[in-house]
Design a protein around this ligand. Sequence first.
Ligand code: SD4
Length: 308
Amino acid sequence: RAGAALIVSTWDFGAAANDVAFATMKAGGTLLDAVEAGAKVPEADPNNHSVGYSGYPDRDGHVTLDAVIMDDAGAVGAVAALENTTHAISVARRVMEKTPHTLLVGEGATRFARDQGFPQENLLTPEAEQAWRAWLKTAQYQPVANSETGTYGTQRHVTPGGALDHDTIGLLARDMGGRMAGACTTSGMAFKMRGRVGDSPQVGAGLYVERGVGGATSTGVGEEVTRVSGSARVVASLRAGLSPQRACEEVVRHIARLRGDAIKGVQVGFLALDPRGNVGAFCLLPGFTYAVTDAAGRTVVHKAPSLF
Ligand code: SD4
């Protein structure tokens, strides 16, 4: 089926990813092809420090990637704590297609990617290494909301090109027939503990898609999403009849009620899409944006409403 009915993704840099996803569908690609191609855009972007190549490392200096891809027929593949391969989303897809499993982690995921012929490279760029070395001086783990505004802790990271730091990307795509797929990829929280896995690669946390019901994806501090199975919870609300907007609001309010003071200053955002093409987004703190590309290929970046 030519053309995509709708593609949505997290943050303003999602616009470039959506464009590639749209072009992929226009060229006859499947929904999975589209979300994979879209996710690869920030993964390869050296100015993006929270996805793929040039991602900020963990506290030991290793860049480790998390990614998941799924469609609405229950096909799922994911990798967590993957090293040395830029396109974690493509390795996730390979897990889906070539193994009997849904998730490979750490050394096993890294070896699988190498065995599958993915180029092996050092993902730690000099600039990310410099940021890590600066961080080591205080070694305070303090995620700051909306890192796409360019701030981690008290440090400000603006690339020489002037581009600001960005964030995890989650994409959802719907075709003309209302079928859907999604992808989510990240280098996780900057300066995380070694071995830490966030929400992004976990089905039901960072991404969930269900046929005839809709899909959801998340960004922000993954622990707050994982503890409530965030994306699965959004989709459960869609199943119960809430709109994508109301469904995203419901889970953000739930997290706020559950966590009280513990989520002060913490950002979590959800983005949802239903099979009819309704879109919703909601976040804890102001600043979460998302990109929507319509059937004509027009892309608009919107600001998500926030609880606080
Ligand atoms: C994680 N949710 O690893 C991801 C990262 C992210 O803002 O979205 N950071 O927790």
